[in-house]
Ligand binder design. Sequence first.
Ligand SMILES: Nc1ncnc2c1ncn2[C@@H]1O[C@H](COP(=O)(O)OP(=O)(O)OP(=O)(O)O)[C@@H](O)[C@H]1O
Length: 254
Amino acid sequence: MMISITSGKGGVGKTSLAVNLALALSPEYKVLLVDADLGLANVDIMLSIAPKVTVKHVLLEGRSIREAVVEGGYGFHVLPAASGVVELVQPDSDMKGALELGLNELASSYDLLLFDTGAGISPAVLWFNCLAGYTIVVFTPEPTSITDAYALIKVLYRDYGQKNFLLVANQASQKEGEQYFLHLKKVIDSYLGANPIFLGAIPKDPALAQSIRSQKPLLAYHRETKAAKAILEIAEKIKSFIPVTRKNSLLSNS
Ligand SMILES: Nc1ncnc2c1ncn2[C@@H]1O[C@H](COP(=O)(O)OP(=O)(O)OP(=O)(O)O)[C@@H](O)[C@H]1O
């Protein structure tokens, strides 16, 4: 099972959501968090890990994909990306072929692969979103973020056949998030026919910004904060999309 976390506009909170969702889901599911911004890694920074082997060594130096998988430190595993490697920003078809094979192989060992993609409609972002069964689109209440979320959904739906969109409003109250979602849904329904689902809103919370600065996931230390509670509710909703066949947590195995 693969789920992507993506956005039309950058800096809307994808990586912080991805890291915290991986943590929220990992007691119950075996989760691999894939840093899908291949040439501009962020997940390792958010988790304060320093992987020796990354997707760069896999795609450019022939190392096996399993060699690159590391402990995230919070009950889930990470497939790290490389930092500042231009060749990986838009992988060619050989690289994509190798990566798809590797990810499918890894998927057989995990309940869930979560892709933290880059932003926008670049070929690499679209490719990761197509590989995933579900696409979580993160947006904020800014008009540019909402417009870009719609543009991304339009391209994915019309040109790439992605039908399963789960929306998250970040830096918004639940009420505000729902309003923006309904507005987006109306446009999506009438122009595209896709049927997006609202997963919830995450309020603006200084604790989340602080957790990013201290490179520690919010859910590991401050579960009582508003943003943490909202992310836990979103994780609960995501569980309904994960097949119940192989629940197999890393913690229960250790
Ligand atoms: N709910 C929130 N409350 C307060 N600040 C937030 C919240 N969500 C995100 N931020 C702020 O937004 C910044 C960007 O978050 P993050 O890096 O997760 O976004 P991103 O979408 O992954 O970015 P990029 O597109 O560059 O990969 C964070 O550094 C944090 O300060």
